[in-house]
Design a protein. Structure first.
Ligand code: BG6
Length: 332
């Protein structure tokens, strides 16, 4: 591995050089770079099959926002933005599974409309701003390696003005060989308890909304249908959900959705691609959201299948809560 400088001269990348080693100008040691940034960086030893070079590490987008690119030994990648602590990309075998809306702002002027976006400490409307503040503050890098990053968010004057609680959030993203694992840990660093809701407002790529069905334990479950009279409880009678109108539904007690897309990457007509959302801790409910018909939002190329803790968590002083969600491509 080597650390190189980007065109602006900032120390920001580690290159995974695959196959024969390649010499690079302006390289410094990984530990020196990490020390300069104040990061804890573990030694890593991934290697990829052929002779390609894939950059991992801290990057800056065209509009000046920083993100961390993760790379695994197979050449899969994931990107996590510091602004909002949001994962905006997960590419497996050349296929992008996470969506960012075409109308998304990537310059920090508003929350990024896409990715695995945090709704914290509130989901939806309520006492503070819609979906809370985690998605529009800058998180900091606590540690990173080529395939794992820990981002953290602590109170600031901005957050205290709307929600004056003592907390620390640590969001860990790990690009494993066969999945993308995320873990959101909320710590109550004070003595007083506080309540919060949590969600990963996940946008996934679909080839076309008509090609999508969503399996899971939906049948017989109650859901809050926000599209009916501002919010009406209904009961689902289907095993698999298909979407052909605007959706904004909170499915209570459903946390095992599997997206099936009959179009993604299709080279053979009967291939169906699966993306399994594994909610293994904390997230209990699933929100389905699609602004059907809204061309400006690009409704036909994404679906939001959100991992949610809808009923508030009460966290005592000194206690912590964890929400774990992993994405697995293909059959489990
Ligand atoms: O436009 P926002 O704030 O990113 O929210 C998008 C949607 O997010 C969903 O989770 C909500 O249920 C919807 O009501 C909302 O419209």
């Amino acid at each position: 591995f080597s650390i190189t400088t980007n065109s602006a001269g900032a120390l920001s990348r580690s290159s995974i050089v695959l196959g024969a080693s390649k010499s690079k100008d302006k390289t410094i040691s990984r530990s020196k770079w990490a020390a300069a940034r104040g990061y804890g960086v573990a030694a890593v030893g991934t290697a990829v099959a052929d002779d390609a070079t894939i950059d991992a590490g801290l990057m800056t987008n065209a509009e000046g926002l920083e993100y961390v690119r993760l790379v695994n030994s197979k050449g899969d990648t994931a990107d996590a933005y510091l602004y909002g602590g949001v994962v905006t990309s997960y590419v497996v075998g050349g296929q992008e599974y996470i969506a960012v809306r075409p109308d998304a702002k990537m310059d920090g002027s508003k929350p990024i409309s896409g990715g695995l976006s945090h709704c914290w400490p509130q989901f939806g409307p309520g006492d503070i701003q819609q979906h809370g503040f985690a998605r529009n503050v800058n998180w900091t890098v606590r540690s990173m390696t080529n395939n794992k990053v820990e981002l953290e968010m602590a109170p600031s004057d901005y957050t205290k003005a709307m929600w004056d609680k003592s907390f620390l959030c640590v969001f860990t993203v790990t690009l494993e060989e066969s999945k993308l694992a995320t873990s959101m840990r909320v710590e109550n660093t004070g003595a007083e308890s506080f309540d919060f809701q949590a969600a990963l407002h996940s946008y996934f790529t679909v080839s076309a909304i008509e090609n999508l069905s969503i399996a899971g334990s939906f049948k017989g479950k109650e859901f809050l249908n926000k599209m009916v009279d501002g919010g009406t409880m209904q009961t689902e009678d289907r095993d698999e959900i298909t979407i052909s109108e605007e959706y904004d539904r909170v499915y209570m007690g459903v946390n095992d959705p599997v997206l099936k897309d009959s179009g993604i990457g299709k080279t053979v007509s009967d291939i169906i691609y699966f993306l399994t959302v594994c909610n293994t801790a904390g997230y209990k409910d699933t929100v389905l959201w699609n602004p059907y018909g809204n061309e400006g939002m690009g409704y036909n190329n994404f679906v939001c299948v959100e991992s949610v803790k809808f009923d508030p968590v009460t966290l005592e002083g000194g206690a912590s809560w964890t929400g774990d969600m992993s994405l697995v491509v293909g059959d489990l």
